[in-house]
Design a protein around this ligand. Structure first.
Ligand code: TTP
Ligand code: MG
Ligand code: MG
Length: 351
């Protein structure tokens, strides 16, 4: 049985602003774009939530719900910095951590020796360390898998902890509303409600055949989630910055043309490896590496969102001409976009 902790900061951007500007602490506060520029709320503090203000809501609408709302622009640099501090605390406790966004991460503490291996006490220690060292409160969920740990971290928010032990899983999931399941949005929840399925307990009455007929491949997943089953591993290689393929040749390549003739095979293999990455990533650049017979080496970088044989050839020619000696190794690679950057770009709130 695994021990997974999911940690999520409470009203993250707003928490940073309240920490740095105590006058914001007790008033409804939101971070977001301006109402007169069709801005959107990124997040708000808990006093603002009492009025119904929520993330992704138009700022104009938020101001209707809460006329006293103070809306301020975000300071992304600052949030990134605080996020890095918090992730460093998590890494200090477990090497098996998967950051999901700036403010949340999964930790696998199955093999941890700290606190006699008690995941609950490790989670409490994490919560104390984060608030003491950064001034931000976090909520934590402890459970035997990712899906339940994430639900648990939300259960006693803000500044709370909720633990689902292996023996409690069945009862907990039985009563869980289907809308809490990852991937079940409003539409799916309505569809389920129309066939009298409101909780995971109700969902268990349906066979795999019935579920796949109604929901396709997602049906299998619903079958498992409604029984508290989620085998997904913690993916720690998200911090991977690049991916590459290198070949060392049995005999040196003696000309640029000879080097160029290896591009198709190298780039094909790179694409294959790229496609097999556990987590889908985007590239933001290419590089070519050459090692020469005197063991000197050079790398040529190019920022680009596309790749083709022409680009690879141009980079390789450039590198070859820098040294112009027989070549013993060729490598090609992609620089990868930061996972956290990608998730934030999707939010697109800063105009
Ligand atoms: P969340 O963890 O979803 O929200 P939160 O930390 O603000 O509040 P909670 O206490 O419920 O966890 O998101 C983390 C940060 O990401 C949030 O502070 C701001 C940003 N964000 C957006 O910019 N737009 C969005 O739509 C959401 C959901 C979050
Ligand atoms: Mg949060
Ligand atoms: Mg979050």
């Amino acid at each position: 049985m695994r021990k997974i902790i999911h940690c999520d900061c409470d009203c993250f951007f707003a928490a940073v602003e309240m920490r740095d500007n105590p006058e914001y602490t007790d008033i409804p506060l939101a971070i977001g774009g301006r109402a007169d520029r069709r801005g959107v709320i990124a997040t708000c503090n808990y006093p603002a939530r009492a009025y119904g203000v929520r993330s992704a809501m138009a700022t104009a609408h938020a101001l209707k719900l809460c006329p006293a709302l103070t809306v301020i622009p975000g300071r992304m640099e600052k949030y990134r910095h605080v996020s890095a501090q918090i992730m460093a605390i998590y890494r200090d406790v477990s090497s098996c951590i998967e950051p999901l966004s700036l403010d949340e991460a999964y930790l696998d503490v199955t093999d941890s020796k700290e606190h006699q291996g008690s995941a609950t006490r490790i989670a409490q220690m994490l919560r104390e360390r984060v608030v003491n060292e950064t001034g931000i409160t976090i909520s934590a969920g402890v459970a035997p898998n990712k899906f339940l740990a994430k639900i648990a971290s939300d259960w006693n928010k803000p500044n709370g902890i909720f633990v689902i032990t292996p023996s409690e899983v069945d009862r907990f999931v039985q009563a869980l509303p289907v809308g809490k399941l990852f991937g079940v949005g409003r539409k799916t929840a309505e569809k389920l409600k129309s066939i009298n399925v409101q909780t995971c307990g109700d969902l268990r009455e349906l066979s795999i055949a019935q579920l796949t007929e109604s929901f396709g491949r997602f049906g299998q997943r619903l079958y498992e989630l409604s029984r508290g089953i989620d085998e997904r591993e913690i993916i720690t290689d998200r911090v991977r910055k690049s991916i590459s393929v290198e070949h060392t040749f049995a005999s040196d390549l003696l000309s640029l043309d000879e080097c160029l003739s290896h591009i198709p095979a190298l780039s094909d293999e790179l694409l294959q490896r790229f496609g097999k990455l556990k987590q889908q990533r985007s590239m933001q650049g290419l590089f070519v590496k050459l090692k020469f017979n005197d063991f000197s080496q050079t790398t040529i970088e190019h920022r680009s969102l596309i790749h083709n044989e022409e680009l690879w050839s141009a980079l390789m020619s450039q590198g070859y001409q820098r040294v112009n000696k027989p070549v013993r190794l060729l490598g090609v690679g992609f620089r990868l976009k930061d996972q956290e950057d990608e998730s934030l770009q999707q939010l697109d709130l800063w105009s």
